[in-house]
Design a protein around this ligand. Structure first.
Ligand code: HEM
Length: 441
């Protein structure tokens, strides 16, 4: 990690507009220009420290030094994350709420998720075979939306699928940069959340009243009956936000699937390696997709109490932003960091602070993503399905992706054509693959 002391300060006024314009490039460019992995700037009208690298992530995920209350920008809360959920809890309240999520992620339930996702994918592939071409990102978003809602135990009617899927997509992708999307698309994200939460609240009420029976191992049951530290059930709003948090983020993994198919297209030798799956190649491939391709650019927190680090005084309530994407591409941590090379994960010395596409640190004690194991398992199975169970072509299209858009994806949405199912059922795929249910980082 390169640290210049005193910590450099970016000249000029508030840089929020530059952040919106530059997206994933905002922090990495300034680290380069200022020659330091920590620098000071101004964002949303306040002094802000931006930082990147393993050492920075270790400090950022120290619960004694940082808190989440007041750190998340309002647009993100209103659309993507919701208000009153696990993301903005701190201390014991956070640990207690996080346990609720981790109780859903048992090995059996993760296997369930994988099975359901492959089933939905196979159903879709039957439809794809009847069409000239399909936009893979949209198709996988629907696969994951339906799989997530089924897995969570929600009573989803056939005629509701399109509407509920669109709500989930609008919450995650509100039409451009997550920070700087247009007012109209942001409004779409907010109204999608309102409608979805209202639907969930109705369902939770029925479960609590004993009018809807649901298996006790499902997210729906666990959230509906979860009690807070004060012994009271979660209030209905928070319950709907966190129930949504148990499956909505799977939509994010659809972007990784589109990027993975792009990687397969650009590196044709990878397809055979994926099929052979020697040394758990599919695991290495999924990890490299998460490392190399952009999804979450950064994470924000506020200083909990004054401390000094590298001679810099971090003052209580100061805004600090960790460069997630830049850490995954940091040259100190990754050889040829800007190359797509799954084999790098073969002898990788696992570190919970060097590889942080879904946050860093400890899943139980900190804010690291509760769905990381699920993400990797589902990604592996999808990539294996797409290479072993179907054949397809990638026609001429615009495969560029815009690094100022958050989330970003190949501009065409990744069109595939001439889809043919090569096996009648994906059952072999599911049986022969032993899942890794614990991904250390
Ligand atoms: C591509 C897939 C995903 C990405 C890129 C992603 C990314 C992230 C990131 C960056 C965080 C914040 C870490 C922090 O606060 O420092 C997070 C937290 C979280 N994620 Fe994910 N996530 C993904 C999939 C999932 C899935 C599938 C689930 C659930 C099934 C999930 C549930 C959560 C929850 C509940 C939190 C809050 C954890 C906490 O605050 O303690 N995520 N995720």
């Amino acid at each position: 990690m390169k640290v210049k002391t005193p910590i450099p300060r970016e000249k000029g006024f508030d840089k929020t507009l530059s952040l919106i314009k530059e997206g994933f490039h905002f922090i990495p460019r300034r680290r380069e220009k200022l020659g330091s992995d920590i620098f000071e700037t101004r964002l949303i009208g306040q002094k802000t420290v931006c930082m990147a690298g393993e050492e920075a992530a270790r400090v950022f995920y120290d619960n004694d030094k940082f808190k989440r209350k007041g750190a998340l920008p309002k647009p993100l809360k209103k659309s993507l994350l919701g208000e009153g959920g696990v993301h903005e809890q701190d201390g014991e309240a956070h640990k207690h709420r996080k346990r609720m999520f981790l109780a859903m992620m048992t090995p059996e339930r993760l296997e369930d998720m994988k099975r359901i996702a492959v089933e939905e994918l196979d159903n879709k592939a039957i439809e794809w075979g009847k069409k000239d071409e399909v936009v893979l990102l949209n198709e996988i978003q629907e696969v994951f939306a339906v799989a997530g809602m089924r897995w969570a135990g929600l009573p989803l009617k056939e005629e509701e699928i399109k509407e509920r899927t669109q709500e989930l997509v609008d919450m995650v992708d509100f039409g451009g940069s997550g920070v700087g999307s247009s007012a109209a698309s942001f409004k779409k994200g907010v109204s999608a959340r309102d409608s979805h939460e209202k639907w969930l609240q109705g369902i939770i009420k029925k479960v609590r009243a004993g009018k809807l029976e649901v298996h006790p191992n499902t997210a729906l049951y666990i959230v509906a009956h979860h009690t807070e530290q004060n012994g009271k059930k979660l209030d209905l709003k928070a319950a709907s936000v966190d129930l949504n948090n148990s499956y909505r983020p799977l939509i994010a993994a659809a972007y990784y699937i589109a990027f993975g198919v792009l990687a397969l297209h650009e590196n044709p030798e990878v397809t055979d390696k994926l099929k052979a799956d020697k040394d758990n190649y599919s695991q290495m491939f999924a990890q490299e997709v998460r490392r190399y391709y952009p999804f979450a650019p950064a994470m924000a927190a506020k200083v909990k109490k004054n401390f000094e680090w590298h001679g810099y005084k971090f003052k209580k309530d100061m805004l600090v932003v960790l460069d997630l994407f830049g850490t995954n591409r940091h040259p100190d941590l990754w050889e040829n960091a800007d190359e797509f090379w799954p084999e790098r994960f073969k002898d990788w010395k696992e570190s919970p602070f060097a590889f942080i596409p879904q946050g860093g640190g400890d899943h139980h004690a900190g804010h690291r993503c509760a769905g990381e194991w699920m993400t990797v398992m589902v990604m592996r199975s999808c990539f294996k399905y797409l290479t072993e169970n179907i054949t397809y072509k990638v026609p001429e299209q615009d495969l560029e992706y815009d690094m100022t858009r958050i989330p970003t994806f190949p501009k065409s949405g990744l069109i595939i054509s001439n889809v043919k199912r090569t096996t009648a059922s994906p059952v072999d795929l599911m049986l022969h693959e032993q899942s890794q249910t614990v991904v250390k980082s």
